[in-house]
Design a protein around this ligand. Structure first.
Ligand SMILES: C[S@@+](CC[C@H](N)C(=O)[O-])C[C@H]1O[C@@H](n2cnc3c(N)ncnc32)[C@H](O)[C@@H]1O
Length: 216
C-alpha cells in the first residue's frame, strides 16, 4: 500500500484550478475573517497555506497589507494572476522566514491539518517570533473526539492522491499555544454545514473550530 504524500502541498498541484473555482462555505469564511479583523491592531497580515488566496485577497480589500504563503506552485501562480495586489511567496507554513516582529496578524484557514503533530509547537513558536507584541494568530481547523487523524486516498477526487490529515484537538492546540508563550487564547465552535455534511468528515466526527491567541 502506498504511503500518504509526505509533501501534502504536492497533492494540490493538479487540482489547484478546480479548487480555486469552488466555493465551499462563504458564510463561514466571512465569519472567520470578521473575527480575525476584530482582533487585529495593525495592517501587516500573513496568510498561511493560502491556496488560491481568496481569503487573503478579501483581507487586503478590507485594508490589510497581506503576504500570502504556500508551497503549491499552481496556487501561487493562480494567486499572483488573480490578485496582483497581494504579495504571494513560496514558503513553508511550518517555518516562515521573516524578521522577528514583522506581522500584526497571522491568519490560517484549513491549512494546519497538514502540519504533523510533532511539528506543531515549532511552527507556533515561529509565529510568535514573527508577530509584533500584541499581534494575533487566528487558525480555523477541524478536530474530532473520535480520531487524531485520517488518510484520504483520493484527495481532490484523484485516486492514489493520498493525503494524511492531522486533527489537532482544540484543547491540545490551546495548551501548545500557552506553552510557546501566547496568551488571550480563545476557542470558538464554527458552524460549517458544507464540511459537516461531507461523508469523510462526518464519518470521522470532524467539527470545525477557530482558535485565536495574542503575543503578549
Ligand atoms: C485545504 S488547503 C486550504 C487553502 C486555503 N487556505 C483555503 O482555505 O481554501 C491547504 C493549503 O495548505 C498548503 N500547504 C500544505 N502544507 C504546507 C506547507 N508545509 N507549507 C505551505 N503550504 C502548505 C496547501 O498547498 C494548500 O494550499
Amino acid at each position: 500500500m502506498s504511503q500518504p504524500n509526505d509533501k501534502p502541498y504536492l497533492a494540490y498541484e493538479s487540482i489547484a484550478e478546480d479548487y480555486a473555482s469552488e466555493q465551499d462555505d462563504p458564510k463561514m469564511r466571512d465569519r472567520c475573517r470578521t473575527m480575525f479583523l476584530d482582533l487585529l491592531r495593525g495592517k501587516r497580515v500573513l496568510e498561511l497555506g493560502c491556496g488560491p488566496g481568496h481569503d487573503g485577497a478579501k483581507l487586503q480589500e478590507a485594508g490589510c497589507n497581506v503576504t500570502s504563503i504556500d508551497l503549491c506552485e499552481s496556487f501561487l501562480e493562480y494567486g499572483r494572476r488573480t490578485y496582483p495586489n497581494v504579495d504571494f511567496q513560496c514558503m513553508d507554513i511550518e517555518d516562515p522566514s521573516f524578521e522577528s516582529n514583522t506581522f500584526d496578524g497571522i491568519f490560517g484557514m484549513a491549512c494546519f491539518c497538514h502540519v504533523p503533530k510533532e511539528n506543531v509547537k515549532k511552527a507556533l513558536g515561529n509565529y510568535l517570533d514573527i508577530l509584533q507584541t500584541g499581534g494575533s494568530l487566528f487558525l480555523c481547523h477541524g478536530d474530532s473526539e473520535q480520531v487524531d487523524g485520517y488518510v484520504v486516498d483520493d484527495w481532490g477526487g484523484i485516486e492514489g492522491n493520498k493525503v494524511e490529515i492531522f486533527c489537532h484537538h482544540r484543547d491540545v492546540l490551546k495548551t501548545s499555544l500557552e506553552e510557546v508563550g501566547f496568551d488571550e487564547i480563545q476557542v470558538t465552535h464554527i458552524d460549517c454545514p458544507f464540511y459537516e455534511e461531507m461523508p469523510r468528515l462526518k464519518k470521522n466526527g470532524i467539527r470545525m473550530y477557530a482558535i485565536s491567541a495574542k503575543k503578549p
